[in-house]
Design a binder for this molecule. Structure first.
Ligand SMILES: [Zn+2]
Length: 133
């Protein structure tokens, strides 16, 4: 089992201010493992389900968290240099973002390097708890 995805996700979840993080499977059928991962935030629960491995579940959860996050550099987080997120929605903080705002603000590319997700900027890690600083 490749645990780097799980470690990276746990690290990201911790740094983003979640109160809880869990990876598990939904049933005991060994021929059809369905892994889930979830992170609990104040007022928000992020969950992914039906993944074949814990690593896949953890990676999907990390992508989901990052897709709803704003980097401390002020830009929205992107996890792909190509697929700009077409934002017209609500961040995990409850903040509304239109596609136009997202385009003007720009995006900060985050990549997983082994057991850690890192931004392409030098700002400190994200918070998505909505806490004022
Ligand atoms: Zn950034």
């Amino acid at each position: 089992m490749d645990l780097e995805e799980v470690l990276a996700c746990a690290d990201l979840v911790g740094r983003s201010g979640a109160a809880g993080f869990e990876v598990g499977y939904l049933d005991d059928d060994p021929t059809n493992p369905r892994w889930y991962a979830h992170a609990q935030y104040r007022g928000a629960r992020v969950i992914v389900e039906d993944h074949p491995t814990p690593s896949a579940a953890a990676d999907a959860l990390a992508q989901r968290i990052l897709a709803g996050a704003k980097c401390r550099c002020g830009r929205l987080v992107a996890t792909s240099p190509y697929g700009a997120v077409a934002y017209n929605g609500t961040l995990l903080t409850g903040e509304r973002w239109t596609h136009e705002q997202a385009r003007q603000t720009g995006q900060c590319l985050w990549r997983r390097a082994g057991p850690r997700w890192d931004p392409s900027c030098t700002a400190p890690p994200i918070t998505i708890t909505g806490a004022r600083q």
